[in-house]
Ligand binder design. Sequence first.
Ligand code: GLU
Length: 442
Amino acid sequence: MNKINPFESAMTQLTKAATVIEKTTASKAAKKSLQQKMEILRQPKRTVNVTLPVRMDDGTQKIFQGFRVQYNDARGPYKGGIRYHHNVTPDEVKALSFWMVMKCAVADIPFGGGKGGVIVDPKSLSVDELERLTRAYGRALADIVGPDKDVPAPDVNTNGLIMGWLLDEFIKVQRQKAKSFGKKLSKSDEQRFRGTYNGKFIKDGGSEGREEATGLGGLFVLEAILAKLKLKRKLTVAVQGFGNVGYNVAKFLDETGFKVVAVSDSKGGIYVPDGINPALTLACKKKNGFLAGCYCSGSVCDLRKGKQVTNEALLELPVDILVPAALENALTKENASRVKAKVVLEMANGPTTPEADAILYKKGIPVIPDILSNSGGVTVSAFEWEQNLKGEHWTKKYVNAKLKAKMVSAAGAVWNASVKYKIDLRTAAFVVALGRILAAMQ
Ligand code: GLU
């Protein structure tokens, strides 16, 4: 169905930003150096393919395919989530790892970028099967990850439970390695190694605020950009996606005075003109297994209060803010001209193709790009990593205040670049990121 190659889209975005930078590069030598670095940035430094044999509950064996792409580490260890999805492809993971390089640079955290993926529909596995698959993947990654090498975290369909299993396998391998040299891991090593995976449960060394950080970061970025656009609150919102990110961004927007009128998951969406109560809607969805009929507004769910909408129709609703928070390629050249929102806040990675970007730009609809708007998650991952390295545990208030400062500063830098060079916000975010990455590549 979806033939658009996300890595090609990513490279188109890179080229566009490189052109802006080239115009400001004066000397021949500097131009040559820029070209050479761009060549490096057009491919990942390392791609690891893993084969994961897993014993299924019925005694049979199934082989799963996994990947880890380590794209660039000029600014620090590789960093990025692990995705479990039946449609994972090598080029998708490559694109996602590239976007992580850019994202960490925009957020100005000391990391490069990477991404992992396993081709699996996790809903088709039992919890025991999911654990065996995850542990096999964790063992396969054990040599290439670590707090100073590559620091994974959750992404689509992965969470704290999965991070805990991965970390457990990593630490087991480190203990075995130490043992083979007749040594024991020191307490401080065990502590530091916790920083290898982020998005862990608090009991495993996770950070306060990490689970909702992507959604909260999205709110901070949106508020910063709306202030620049001089758009007031009381705006209506449609959110595509109701996973961790979609749910949390809907929740924070609702709490802050926005009116969330539509949400959806992979099975379809709902439209509730009075405004959705995200927490009640989630509880209803958990009970029923689907969103249809969960027309929850205020403190009640009422079948008369809403209607079903398809994922496609949700994107074209007459709302002020459209939030694609599901997967890549939601907005394409097929539907971008029908978008009615005043602003797009990208909470998924890569939801808008370059063709759709051009259409939306022409229509005067600002697209707040993924590498800025969803960078709250990786930012609190960086805080988690720092806490693990220092053996500290910060309060939620402190974490959220630090997150806000980072998001406001990133949004400001991107806005200023867009004004300075008269470019769209995505290209501006790339220009900001590239400036920092190129400097680190010296
Ligand atoms: N998967 C998230 C992202 O795409 C978080 C990555 C991380 O925390 O390393 O930004």
